[in-house]
Design a protein around this ligand. Structure first.
Ligand code: ATP
Length: 251
């Protein structure tokens, strides 16, 4: 059973029809990548999965988005609870101007998950281990998060998302501000995390999608043109437009 499934999902920014009849089924655990040219709707689709688009004025949606078995477009949805379950990592690392420790326990306070000091310490350790930063930062937990390198900041942001125990992590071009070596480290982190979490990543970098994803969706002008196992989509695309895009002949 998919962990996220959209049924005839349409999204409008006022009159602009940004997502058109999108039907996608994302498997639990593993990495699903969304690729496509600039402006095709990748980030818009990703942001529907935890209803981050609601923060933009003039957005309207039709259709269904099932997360687990719940239609998150239905009435009475607990958005705070949804965003705890479906965490998000952005393009530019955005740690709070607080200590590393405070960044990691921040979400626990917001979600009233505060436990004992020992338990908080345990969660901090667990989250930093998951992003392979524990050994490096365990003696610097009270240093400012702003003193970290860009790549460490991004891994800290991933750890901050993990601390509140999500099921799904949305990543919107998480490496676009990083150099190639830092990019590979984030990819290594994502590969580790996919054992325990479902990751949906938007990337304009096709090599990255090919390297790390299990499934991939190709979008064009608001539509999901093709979706399938990464090896199949890259090696045997069914749609001519997908083929043109992945062979660099698009446009
Ligand atoms: N807040 C907004 N208001 C109006 N239109 C928007 C808004 N955000 C995005 N759009 C439009 O929706 C379309 C899809 O944008 P989106 O950012 O989802 O595409 P994308 O594939 O992620 O692009 P990129 O790779 O450049 O980030 C674009 O035409 C964009 O101009």
């Amino acid at each position: 059973m998919p962990i996220i499934e959209t049924k005839n999902l349409n999204l409008f920014y006022d009159k602009f029809h940004a997502l058109i009849d999108v039907n996608i089924a994302i498997k639990e655990k593993g990495i699903t990548a969304i690729i496509g040219p600039s402006g095709c709707g990748k980030s818009t689709l990703l942001r529907t999965f935890n209803r981050m688009n609601d923060l933009i004025e003039g957005v309207a949606m039709t259709g269904e988005i099932l997360v687990g078995s719940e239609n998150i477009l239905g009435p009475g949805i607990d958005l705070v609870g949804l965003r705890k379950k479906v965490g998000m990592v952005f393009q530019r690392p955005n740690p709070f101007p607080l200590t590393i420790y405070e960044n990691l326990v921040y979400g626990l306070k917001v979600h009233h998950m505060i436990t004992s000091r020992d338990e908080l310490g345990g969660l901090v350790e667990e989250s930093l281990k998951a992003v392979l930063l524990w050994d490096k930062l365990k003696d610097r937990l009270y240093a400012s998060a702003l003193s970290l390198s860009l790549e460490e900041k991004q891994r800290l942001c991933i750890a901050r998302t993990l601390a509140v125990k999500p099921d799904i992590i949305l990543m919107d071009e998480p490496c676009s501000a990083l150099d190639p070596i830092a990019t590979l480290k984030i990819e290594e982190t994502a590969r580790e995390l996919k054992k325990d979490y479902t990751i949906v990543i938007v990337t304009h970098n096709m090599q990255q999608a090919a390297r790390i994803s299990d499934d991939v969706g190709f979008m064009l002008l608001g539509r999901l043109v093709e979706f399938g196992k990464t090896g199949d989509v890259f090696n045997r695309p069914q749609d001519k437009k997908t083929e043109e895009y992945i062979t660099g002949r698009y446009g």
